[in-house]
Design a binder for this molecule. Structure first.
Ligand code: ADP
Ligand code: MG
Length: 261
């Protein structure tokens, strides 16, 4: 990633302090200087008269650069949590601080701008545009960022190289395997040079070996670039790539553990 990447400066300033604070486990205190702080976060979906509780009083702090996996059975609230942190769904109660700003207070336009500058999302189904080639799919995120055509192509090439797909640049999605499509989706997310990468079940459609290599690659790229990652998976085999594993059940955190690599 480019040397002027804004993450690097932040990490110099705050990372050590934040790390210590999280290790003390002071989860319910007021906002810390962690990159992501979630406080008493709850979500109830309303379907007519029926209320579906999806998330129930969730609290955590994530320091810059940490790789957090969220695990739990289907329906436990994993995607809901990711959507609330990513500002693409609204909470029923609670606060979501990112870089000290409570994004739950942001209006539509401010939130869109904030997301554009700070977050990238990799959705559960790669969501590549079928009529665009791999490199054009990666360029898509940059079109919103006022980058000129030549720089855009260079950057897209660089990110495809990073996910080891330089030789598939001009393939259309239909000419890519599931694993390759997922890597294009990851390259596209990285091309925004986000502080935070949110990834929902990246291996759901992939075989074990392909899924393993992709998650390993995500970890490597994130660590090299100081990107903070929240990754959802229900594959227990993959949690070896996490710094920390948060387990959800019925919308509640039932365990939150650091792991050494
Ligand atoms: P997970 O990602 O862990 O499978 P979700 O966050 O998708 O779980 O869902 C948590 C709960 O919220 C489930 O009971 C699910 O049925 C419900 N839910 C999710 N999205 C919606 C929605 N848009 N409308 C109503 N209920 C929803
Ligand atoms: Mg889900």
């Amino acid at each position: 990633m480019s040397s002027d990447h804004h993450i690097k400066q932040d990490s110099l300033d705050t990372n050590n302090e934040t790390q210590k604070e999280v290790e003390k486990g002071d989860m319910k205190d007021n906002r810390s200087d962690a990159l992501i702080s979630v406080r008493n976060l709850s979500k109830v979906y309303k379907l007519g008269d029926i209320e579906v509780p999806a998330l129930n009083d969730v609290n955590f702090d994530i320091p810059q650069g940490q790789i957090v996996f969220v695990v739990g059975p289907s329906g436990s609230g994993k995607t809901t949590l990711l959507n609330l942190v990513g500002g693409i769904d609204s909470r029923t109660e609670g606060l979501v601080y990112i870089d000290g700003q409570d994004i739950t207070q942001y209006s539509g336009r401010k939130l869109t701008l904030f997301r554009k500058e700070n977050l990238s999302y990799v959705f559960q189904f790669y969501s590549l545009i079928p009529t665009l080639t791999a490199v054009e799919n990666v360029e898509l995120t940059m079109e919103l960022m006022h980058v000129n055509k030549k720089t855009m192509r260079q950057k897209a090439g660089k990110y495809l190289e990073l996910v080891e797909l330089a030789d598939r640049m001009h393939n259309f999605p239909s000419q890519l395997s599931g694993g390759e499509s997922q890597r294009v989706a990851i390259a596209r997310a990285l091309a925004k040079e986000p502080k935070i990468l949110l990834i929902d079940e990246p291996t759901g459609q992939l075989d074990q070996e392909t899924g393993d290599s992709i998650v390993k690659l995500v970890r490597k790229i994130a660590k090299e670039n100081g990107i903070t990652v929240i990754l959802i998976t229900h594959d227990r085999e993959l949690i070896k790539y996490a710094d920390r594993v948060i387990q959800l059940r019925s919308g509640k955190i039932i365990s939150d553990k650091m792991q050494s690599q």
